[in-house]
Design a protein around this ligand. Structure first.
Ligand code: IMP
Length: 474
């Protein structure tokens, strides 16, 4: 009998989950997604350039690994076809090993239209994710089926594509949307359903059978814990369950196979879209700037021309945040939006570790902590205490009002000045960083394994040199 591990992000997304999977993926036979869809943007920097994955699981670089997309996902098949082509053009063969659960929900054209109109309040990625999950829960309305799954379309294309068309026409009419060419949209979708057919797995026991026959699975979370539709900072969240336990619903496997839970965080946090963010540099001003910014590319270009050294030395936290965004290249990989950045919040991280029972922690972007030496802090700030209404709390409260009223106390830990990106042995890291990492480990209550020291593949230091994970030296 094989086993399954679950890997999730512990903050607000973009912690570098794909990079970790890129490193540990060789230990598994199958990498499986269990939630989300094309809203995810998993970036892997390689010598041949940058590969951004959206719907395809991150194990693409391992030639024999099966890539499974579970029933908890919502799939945009046209975007998926383009993504498969891009990956194959990158020289990676995936067409024979990509399997899509027939129970996964189809993102329909009207979902994109509704998200374009209604997603602004949340700052969604406009991929139709919320409307697709809402229709899944709604199931049917009058003579229309709202939750159309891949297997439905494969088994009975004319009936289910007729529902898709009706759903589209209904939304166009209801919202008086102009310039929508329904015929063209339906022709393209019809073509895409036939192209996607070979990838659809009709055996709903596919993953169970693989694990029963000794194969090991790594579940890859998308979107991260603080964006969970139930446990996150509601309503500023995505529409799926991102918590580790959700892997055993949306991933089509029984929890009896579970072995360990891996959490990924980053040393300087980020968040895209609206919502509370206790440790954000520049607070409300930064939130407003990043959301209202005239499209990220504009901001990215503008920010790239700014004098980053000067911004770092500023007494103003908004400007320090701007510098850290440029230095950390914190711009959304799906939308290109500038990400809001903040101090590593250990109260939030400990909460996420506890809620998900994290066994092993990977902390990305530790190399960027060196930048604090040039700031007014000189040392490295960490949030180690929350107080709400004058009372200390050790959890993330439910209401947005309370989340926004939290006062986070920053503690300074000794900083370092050397570039650590070339280091591969834990003992060779600056002693100040080792001491900070030991503190983090104790504070959040789980073992640290991987320390990210640079953006390229394999720029990792392993704390436990006897770990079964092997890092290629390059
Ligand atoms: P949606 O998932 O497109 O509905 O967006 C809902 C919220 O989740 C927005 O704040 C998005 O910015 C955020 N979000 C969705 N996907 C990601 C991701 O992959 N990384 C980071 N944030 C995400």
């Amino acid at each position: 009998m094989g086993y399954s591990d679950v890997l999730i992000g512990l903050q607000y997304g973009d912690e570098g989950k794909a990079r970790v999977i890129d490193v540990i993926g060789g230990n598994y036979d199958i990498i499986a997604r269990f939630n989300g869809g094309s809203n995810a943007g998993h970036t892997i920097e390689t010598d041949k350039g940058r590969l951004v994955l959206h719907q395809v699981p991150s194990g693409v670089f391992y030639p024999d690994t099966i890539l499974y997309v579970g029933s908890g996902c919502v799939i945009n098949i046209e975007k998926l076809i383009t993504e498969i082509e891009n990956i194959e053009n990158f020289g990676l063969k995936i067409s024979k090993r990509l399997r899509l659960s027939s129970q996964a929900t189809l993102i329909q054209p009207h979902h994109l239209l509704i998200d374009g109109i209604m997603g602004k309040a949340i700052g969604t990625t406009k991929n139709g994710i919320g409307p697709a999950y809402a229709d899944k829960a709604f199931r049917a309305f009058n003579d229309r089926i709202l939750n159309v799954r891949l297997g439905d379309v494969m088994a009975d294309p004319s009936r289910f594509l007729a529902y898709v068309e009706k759903n589209l026409k209904n939304v166009v009419k209801e919202h008086s949307i102009k310039n929508v060419d329904v015929n063209k949209i339906m022709t393209n979708l019809r073509k895409a359903t036939e192209e996607i057919r070979p990838y659809v797995e009709e055996d709903t026991l596919f993953l169970s059978k693989k694990v029963d026959s000794g194969r090991n699975v790594l579940f890859e979370g998308a979107q991260s814990f603080m964006l969970d539709v139930t446990k996150g900072t509601v309503p500023y969240v995505t529409s799926s369950n991102t918590a580790a336990a959700a892997a055993y619903v949306g991933g089509d496997l029984s929890p009896k196979h579970h072995r360990k839970t891996i959490g990924v965080a980053k040393a300087i946090m980020s968040r895209v879209g609206n919502g509370p963010f206790v440790s954000e540099f520049g607070g409300e001003r930064s939130e407003k700037y990043c959301i209202e910014g005239d499209g990220a590319l504009h901001d990215k270009n503008k920010e790239a021309q700014e004098n980053v050294e000067k911004l770092l030395q500023s007494s103003n936290e908004f400007e320090i945040g701007k510098a850290l965004r440029v230095l950390g290249n914190e711009y959304g990989s799906v939308t290109g939006r500038p990400r809001r950045v903040g101090i590593l919040d250990l109260v939030q991280l400990r909460y996420a570790v506890r809620c998900n029972g994290i066994d092993e922690l990977w902390l990305n972007k530790c190399d960027l902590l060196v930048d604090f030496a040039k700031t007014k802090y000189k040392d490295i700030p960490l949030i180690t205490e929350y107080s709400l209404g004058g009372k200390k709390i050790d959890f993330v409260p439910t209401s947005e009002k309370e989340c926004r009223e939290i006062k986070g106390k920053a503690e300074l830990k000794n900083g370092f000045v050397d570039d650590i990106s070339g280091i591969r042995d834990y003992e060779k890291l600056p002693k100040e960083l080792i001491s900070l990492l030991t503190f983090v480990e104790k504070y959040v209550g789980c073992n640290l394994l991987g320390v990210g020291v640079g953006s390229n593949r394999y720029k990792y230091v392993l704390k436990d040199s006897k770990s079964s994970v092997k890092i290629q030296k390059n």
